[in-house]
Design a protein around this ligand. Structure first.
Ligand SMILES: NC(=[NH2+])NCCC[C@H](N)C(=O)O
Length: 420
């Protein structure tokens, strides 16, 4: 499959996910914060909720599981040796490499994602408060963040927090080695530019959105640095001659529900977006900046009123639906916190999101989106093909505690072109 992401909404033709496993419970309240969770999760409930989402995805598109892709590439000895070397160098546990090499691909795929217990076999380890030698990847089910489709390339994330770094090593190994993918892998770590300092580059997929093949909307804040966006500018300068545009949105640094742009803004259809109004439209100090790149140069950089108005000038005219409804700031805040703006498009005008955000769902309904229950879809009682616009709702009381919603839990690798 040639990867191809030229929009946020084109009919989905391939998506990478990770069904949450033991790693989401491998934490205590004390280290939940380091794990980037707002609470500790119950796996059996989270799994039931997740099954609703994946059931809908399976009805719509080709679903690829990270663990399967990983164990496939680990069958190749060269690839296995390289990945284990990278992981051990990266996590500064050089002695572990030989031991890991002894495991078969399935056990390794589990160890690399669920973690490896630290054996209390000497005094230092005995006194060490850590439970894991190789830490669990608690956030792996948020596949959105560690790599992102940018036209025909996959851009590997550069995570803001060390707990998520191994995810990017795994994704890079998969996209470079798995025969199912044909793609050009772009990794900010290999940045050759003399003006950018690699250590300051941070880019996470939750901040990166493809509005049109030539227009990217990118958030900058806790997870994506301005230097990260400068890396993308350099990449475009080198690779593309025709005009390209980046719309940058500054994000608030608290509360943690503002971590990524997709927590306050998502695309729903060719002419509709979802927005958390207080940040997107509020008269605030969070700026929106338009950057135009052409023939290897930045030819324009300047401030805009907000994302929709910047996009309108580029010919993308969007009606905005309000997260939490229009009336009450309290309700807006509550639903934004529970990933109320975080929708994932299965096709233009057909999106999936959390059922719990009732005001947001009602607002979508007022804007012509039929509300469908995920379970009705998976039980074949309804089909999204019968609706022009719909919002499929999934349960999410436990999943949302991990800090994300449907867009965060999906990494699309191929979408059909959109007829604008
Ligand atoms: N695309 C997103 N909004 N992802 C949400 C990720 C949440 C995850 N707990 C983290 O903090 O990294």
């Amino acid at each position: 499959m040639q990867t191809s992401i030229n929009s946020e909404i084109g009919k989905l033709e391939g998506v990478v996910v990770h069904t949450p496993g033991a790693e989401v419970e491998n934490m205590t309240p004390e280290n939940a914060e380091r794990a980037l969770y707002s609470d500790i999760l119950n796996l059996s409930i989270a799994s039931r909720e997740y099954a609703q989402m994946i059931g809908v995805l399976r009805k719509t598109t080709q679903v690829l599981e990270v663990k399967k892709l990983l164990s496939d590439i680990l069958k190749n000895d060269t690839c296995k040796a390289q990945l284990l070397k990278d992981v051990c160098v990266h996590e500064q546990i050089p002695g572990l490499e030989d031991e890991l090499l002894q495991h078969n691909e399935e056990d390794l795929a589990a160890l690399l994602t669920e973690g490896l217990i630290l054996e209390k076999n000497n005094l230092t380890n005995y006194l060490n408060n850590e439970r894991f030698l190789l830490r669990p990847l608690h956030n792996l089910f948020f596949t959105r963040d560690s790599a992102m489709g940018m036209n025909q390339s996959m851009l590997i994330g550069k995570m803001a927090n060390p707990v998520r770094e191994r995810e990017t090593l795994i994704m890079e190994a998969i996209f470079k080695n798995h025969p199912v993918f044909e793609t050009q892998v772009v990794n900010p770590l290999n940045n050759k530019s003399s003006i950018l300092k690699s250590a300051q580059i941070k880019i996470e997929g939750g901040d990166f959105q493809v509005a049109r093949p030539d227009v990217f909307v990118i958030g900058t804040g806790m997870r994506t640095s301005t230097q990260g966006i400068d890396f993308i500018i350099e990449h475009i300068k080198q690779q593309k001659k025709e005009p390209h545009h980046i719309i940058v949105q500054e994000l608030p640094s608290t509360p943690e529900s503002f971590i990524h742009l997709d927590m306050i803004f998502t695309f729903l259809d060719v002419d509709t977006c979802m927005a958390y109004d207080p940040v997107i439209f509020g008269t605030s100090r969070f700026r929106t900046i338009h950057i135009q790149i052409e023939n290897g140069k930045v030819i324009k950089i300047g401030e805009e009123a907000n994302i929709p108005s910047a996009l309108r000038k580029l010919g993308i005219d969007l009606k905005s639906v309000s997260c939490g409804g229009k009336e009450d700031l309290w309700v807006q805040e509550r639903e934004q916190w529970h990933s109320g703006a975080n929708f994932f498009a299965l096709a233009p005008g057909k999106v999936i999101g959390y059922e719990r955000n009732v005001h947001t769902v009602e607002e979508l309904n007022k804007n012509g989106f039929e509300v469908l229950k995920a379970t009705d879809l998976t039980e074949n009682k309804v089909s999204i093909d019968d609706y022009k616009k719909c919002v499929v709702t999934i349960a999410g009381s436990e999943l949302a505690r991990g800090g994300g919603g449907a867009r965060c839990m999906t990494m699309p690798v191929r979408r059909a072109e959109v007829s604008w």
